[in-house]
Design a protein around this ligand. Structure first.
Ligand code: OOB
Length: 584
């Protein structure tokens, strides 16, 4: 395994900041990815900027070859200027030139606060236009966003700020009735390194986002293409989320290659139905990839059919990303709306999509499907638009890049025979080589030669398409949202009436699976509601709270003494399986 190295970022004004704990791509691989044209030395701060000479700079990746269609080498917009970049939840329209100026101002405003290249900034914003301004402003300065999800609360955000030593935290004043400045006050008490809280909307005693925009745009040092552009969060297996460092080079490739793969261009319109802080909606092509090719991005207040169906027609949406339960909701809602979804391509993955629902996207919704598998860590596989329908319905397709190296291995790490199920291992031009500041996790999450152990069980069909068959990692996948069992268990172990605890995913007709807490209890025995309240008070995000609570006399063990989660799972579907249960 490549040992973590210390990257020293020298800042031109003489200061020196250290970004340690990042595992870089080995030099020979970096050279290979550059030579093959995957990495083109582009930085994400050039997003929104008119391209030099006004030329189109869309980049296509056909198979292994990456070619610049026209114009220069930077990630910059094809349309630009007056054309609409973003339509926000209030229906306001932001032109490319406007967002470009705001991003420059935000970068200068952050610099005036003393935020420097290499500094980490936790960004927790819902789907609003300011997400783009803040992100691209940070990229231009070389400050590094750490993307929290809007649903995260004190426990997650406090951890992100502390683990990354963030100097600033950017929030909205409120979203869906929740007031983020209040959260900021809580986390600031435990995070002495945090110097600034920036609030979009009413600053409530903190720094106003609007005030930062008063700064005059100016030349800033900016990052190198091989620098970390931002951190995403991993679904993970151990405790709190791991931080995923994505570089400008690798993400610029991902943006343009995914845009190309789904036909996104300056005429396209992306509807952000998932939080744009999630890789799938941020950059596959999502918000950033759509901006990279000059398209239009819609940020609806929420993706429910009554909010978005009309927009799909009026704004001519061409692409959106859904998780499987949302597909079902959209399909079921169609009978109440007069809407034409025939121009829409829907990317679906993150969790198992049933063949029946997948086929329904064509037959009942009249749309097209890209069936995919992805990870914030990088690797993306997806079905192609011209694949036979059976391939699209039953598989998650093929990797994005020809340079994606794939292995399917047994528990001993040996390659399984073709077509058999095993763990997916991968490395490639946009898949990380290590989590941030996590040497112990990295020692097991990656092979010695840099393959990521995904924890997913897959097989490949004879024609080379991947099928996800299951998972090794102890994560509950609630309709695409990942909940790490150990994270809930760590908190629940502190509950005075819970003596022994195990969290497992149990089947759910809509979400696929939902978290269930099994516990050996002391008196007074808590209820599901008590357990949920306890977790909420401990600052755990609402989407992770368990849906079921089962009180048992003991937790079954495997022969090696680990809690037998399979048996717990089975005990719910087959109550006669012999697990003692006092019946709560
Ligand atoms: C996407 O990214 P993450 O980081 O939230 O979650 C990754 C995990 C995978 O390791 C796998 O366990 C699961 O989500 N997953 C699927 C799946 N696609 C992802 N499980 C079953 N079937 C699928 N099709 O979820 C993500 C990121 C970018 C694009 C798409 C999904």
């Amino acid at each position: 395994m490549t040992p973590p190295v210390r990257i020293v970022v020298t800042i031109p004004d003489g200061r020196c900041d250290e970004l340690d704990g990042v595992v870089p791509f080995p030099p020979d691989f970096a050279a290979r990815y550059r030579a093959a044209g995957y990495w083109r030395g582009r930085v994400l701060g050039d997003l929104l900027r008119p391209s030099p000479g006004g030329d189109s700079v869309a980049v296509v990746a056909g198979g292994d070859s990456v070619a610049v269609v026209a114009g220069g080498d930077s990630v910059a917009v094809v349309a630009g200027g007056d054309s609409v970049a973003v339509v926000d939840p209030a229906g306001r329209r932001w032109a490319y030139a406007e967002l470009d100026d705001l991003a420059d101002r935000f970068a200068a405003g952050l610099a005036d606060l003393g935020v420097a290249r290499g500094d980490r900034v936790v960004v927790q914003l819902p789907n609003i236009a300011e997400f783009a301004v803040v992100s691209i402003g940070c990229y231009r300065l070389g400050a590094i966003p750490v993307y929290g999800l809007p649903g995260h609360r004190q426990r997650e955000i406090g951890y992100l700020i502390r683990h990354s030593d963030a100097v600033a935290y950017v929030v909205a004043d409120q979203h869906q009735g929740f007031r983020y400045p209040e959260l900021a006050r809580q986390v600031r008490r435990e995070a002495p390194a945090l110097r600034h809280v920036v609030v979009v909307g009413d600053p409530d005693g903190f720094t106003g986002y609007a005030d930062l925009l008063l700064a005059e745009p100016r030349e800033l040092p900016g990052p190198d293409p091989s620098d970390v552009a931002f951190f995403l969060l991993s679904g993970g297996t151990t405790g709190l989320p791991k931080l995923i460092p994505r570089t400008h080079d690798d993400y610029a490739y991902q943006l343009t290659a995914t845009a190309r793969a789904c036909g996104m261009d300056e005429h396209g319109c992306y509807l952000a139905s998932l939080p744009v802080a999630h890789n799938a909606a941020l950059g596959c092509p999502g918000l950033l990839g759509t901006l990279a090719v000059g398209g239009k991005v819609l940020l609806p207040p929420n993706p429910s059919p009554d909010e978005v169906f009309e927009l799909i027609g009026s704004e001519r949406v061409t692409l959106t990303t859904l998780m499987p339960p949302m597909v079902q909701m959209w399909r079921d809602a169609l009978e109440f709306f007069d809407v034409d979804l025939s121009g829409l391509l829907i990317q679906v993955g993150s969790a198992h999509l049933s063949p029946e629902l997948a086929r329904g996207i064509y037959t009942e919704m009249g749309s097209r499907l890209t069936h995919w598998f992805g990870m914030a860590e990088g690797i993306l596989t997806y079905t192609r638009l011209d694949d036979p329908i059976d391939v699209i319905v039953h598989t998650q397709g093929r990797p994005l890049a020809e340079a994606d190296e794939i292995r399917v291995v047994d528990p001993e790490g040996a390659d399984v025979p073709p077509g058999e199920v095993g763990e997916l291992l991968t490395r490639g031009p946009y898949t990380i080589r290590g989590y941030y500041r996590a040497p112990e996790v990295n020692a097991t999450a990656f092979t010695a030669d840099g393959f990521l152990r995904t924890g997913d069980l897959v097989r490949f069909t004879p024609d080379g398409n991947m099928v996800v068959e299951g998972r090794l990692k102890d994560v509950i996948n609630k309709g695409g949202e990942k909940i790490t069992a150990a994270e809930l268990e760590d908190v629940l172990h502190l509950h005075p009436a819970l003596r022994r605890v195990a969290v497992v995913g149990v089947p759910d007709p809509v979400m696929g699976e939902v978290p269930c807490v099994f516990a050996v209890c002391a008196e007074p025995v808590p209820t599901l509601r008590d357990v949920r309240e306890y977790l909420r008070e401990a600052g755990v995000a609402g989407y992770k709270l368990p849906d079921h609570f089962e009180v048992v006399d003991s937790l079954p063990r495997t022969t090696v003494g680990k809690i037998d989660k399979n048996r717990l799972r089975q005990s719910l579907s087959a109550p006669s399986s012999g697990l003692p249960n006092p019946g709560r």
